[in-house]
Design a protein around this ligand. Structure first.
Ligand SMILES: NC(=O)c1ccc[n+]([C@@H]2O[C@H](COP(=O)([O-])OP(=O)(O)OC[C@H]3O[C@@H](n4cnc5c(N)ncnc54)[C@H](O)[C@@H]3O)[C@@H](O)[C@H]2O)c1
Length: 462
């Protein structure tokens, strides 16, 4: 049986190893008792956490936020990054006195963490997920879990082989707006779901940012089909509650990269700043200056790369038709040079339809709620207002962290996601890439040995 993954289970496991008091009879059924009586008040067993990848996401959400908000539950035992300057900055930014490493193996062997958090460049995740599990840790990885089907298979195999678990941080599932959609679908408000129209727009600020960074190369990010759309495909898999079966896609690079009239290596060295709409001074953002600019000497990485560089090989315009095992079909698109950021989605069912949209960058919209419209085929329409969440990603980031690190946070909306969920969201994007290359429909079952189900199995990670 696989080792379970929640904080209380980690504590249970580490306390057993330390030879603490025997489990009370109520343990396993009453977690309040388990926490209050099993752990002696003078010895708080904390989750031992190591972090690889101390960039923006690692130092911030999975570094400083954890240190500030969950230090009763966990303590950092090691930080690792290949850039030693960024690593040193992250250590003080997070506010931990734990050891730092540029050698991952050394960190794992010396610190023996219960949990490894993976926040490196996407194409490297699998190395740390697999080796982390082999060296005895459970793993929490940032999305996308990985970037090609061979790496997906290797992670699934490593999970089986080691008995450890890999949880994927799908924060998008936790936004209250998307959670409400899940509830309406589950309640059968539109009858049987038959199709979904899902269109995502990245604007000329956030969207352009993918083309400035390492994300601009497929070998690093798997392209936006994987790096970005893994979020969207995971939402679809969760809402539709079925596994994807086939993908047919098209895409091209129409706007960024080779399409620009002029270019440079990066904004700071560019002779075209006065007539480029994308000129951006990275040094004005203190966090980015501290993380990247001040540490370029160690790896040469420029955070303000030119969006028109000719080495950009990811698509900036994408569309796909996805068919699910339960018969639902999806029309999906992603545009990365839109005047506004957000999405529009519609769920069509046998008894009605749900329309929902978000305009994240619409400054003229002062409303403190997002709306969903629920239509009945032969009845009234309801407008449902969802108050904005306060933390990052529509309020999802904090809810996700609470569920992972606080005791007794249930999962009624089935939001926790494991390696199988991580795999299937990546595989839709990987299939889309292949579909464009091969000009053919790609069957998901041909990519790995995952047994596809008409009703998606719930990966309860608690
Ligand atoms: N869930 C979300 O909403 C969300 C948001 C942002 C980023 N992310 C994910 O977080 C991850 C990190 O993104 P980021 O924006 O922090 O990128 P980043 O470039 O700021 O940080 C990546 C860090 O990993 C380090 N690194 C890369 N390869 C390494 C290796 N082989 N060994 C050791 N260190 C290595 C880099 O030096 C850098 O410090 C990505 O996978 C990204 O998809 C998720």
């Amino acid at each position: 049986m696989k080792e379970n993954f929640s904080r209380r289970q980690f504590i249970a496991a580490s306390s057993l190893l330390l030879g603490s008091a025997a489990l009370p009879a109520s343990a396993g059924t009453n977690t309040d008792n388990l926490l209050s009586t099993w752990l002696p008040p003078d010895r708080i067993a904390k989750l031992r956490v190591a972090l690889i990848g101390t960039g923006s996401r690692g130092a911030g959400m999975w570094g400083r936020d954890l240190q500030r908000n969950y230090s009763d539950q966990l303590s950092f035992v090691g930080l690792c990054d290949k850039n030693k300057g960024r690593l040193a900055f992250a250590k003080q930014y997070i506010g931990t006195d734990c050891a730092t490493y540029t050698d991952f193996e050394k960190m794992m062997k010396e610190t023996k963490p219960d949990l490894l958090i993976v926040c490196t460049m996407d194409s490297t995740h699998h190395n740390f997920i697999i080796r982390g599990m082999e060296l005895g840790a459970n793993v929490l990885t940032e999305k996308p879990m990985t970037t090609d089907e061979k790496k997906v298979q290797a992670i699934i195999d490593a999970e089986k082989r080691t008995g450890k678990q890999c949880r994927v941080t799908f924060n998008y599932r936790y936004s209250p707006h998307r959670a409400k959609i899940w509830e309406l679908l589950q309640a059968g408000e539109i009858g049987e779901l038959t199709s979904v129209d899902f269109h995502w727009y990245l604007d000329t600020s956030h969207g352009a940012d993918y083309f400035r960074r390492w994300h601009r190369k497929t070998e690093n990010s798997g392209s936006l089909w994987v790096h970005k759309a893994t979020h969207h495909f995971d939402l679809l898999n969760w809402w539709i509650e079925s596994d994807p079966e086939t993908v047919f896609a098209s895409g091209s690079l129409d706007f960024y990269g080779k399409n620009g009239k002029f270019r440079s290596d990066n904004c700071r060295e560019c002779p075209h700043t006065s007539n480029c709409d994308f000129y951006w001074d990275v040094t004005k953002n203190k966090y980015y200056k501290d993380l990247y600019v001040d540490n370029e000497q160690y790896d040469g990485y420029k955070r303000d790369g030119c969006v028109f560089k000719e080495d950009i090989d990811i698509y900036d315009k994408m569309a796909a038709t996805i068919k699910y095992k339960n018969g639902v079909q999806v029309s999906y698109s992603l545009t990365s040079y839109s005047p506004y950021e957000g999405y529009r989605i519609a769920f069509n069912g046998t008894k009605g339809r749900i329309d929902a949209w978000i305009e994240e960058s619409n400054k003229s919209n002062n409303a403190d709620y997002d709306e969903i419209v629920l239509y009945k085929n032969f009845g009234k329409r309801d407008y449902i207002r969802i108050p904005h969440g306060t933390s990052g990603h529509g309020g999802g980031d904090k809810l996700l962290q609470d569920q992972i690190f606080l005791p007794n946070v249930p999962d009624p909306l089935k939001q926790s996601a494991g390696a199988r969920d991580g795999a299937l969201s990546c595989l839709i994007g990987i299939a889309a890439r292949k579909s464009i290359e091969e000009k053919d429909v790609i069957a998901i079952r041909d990519l790995t040995d995952i047994d596809l189900q008409s009703k998606k199995p719930y990966q309860n990670m608690l």
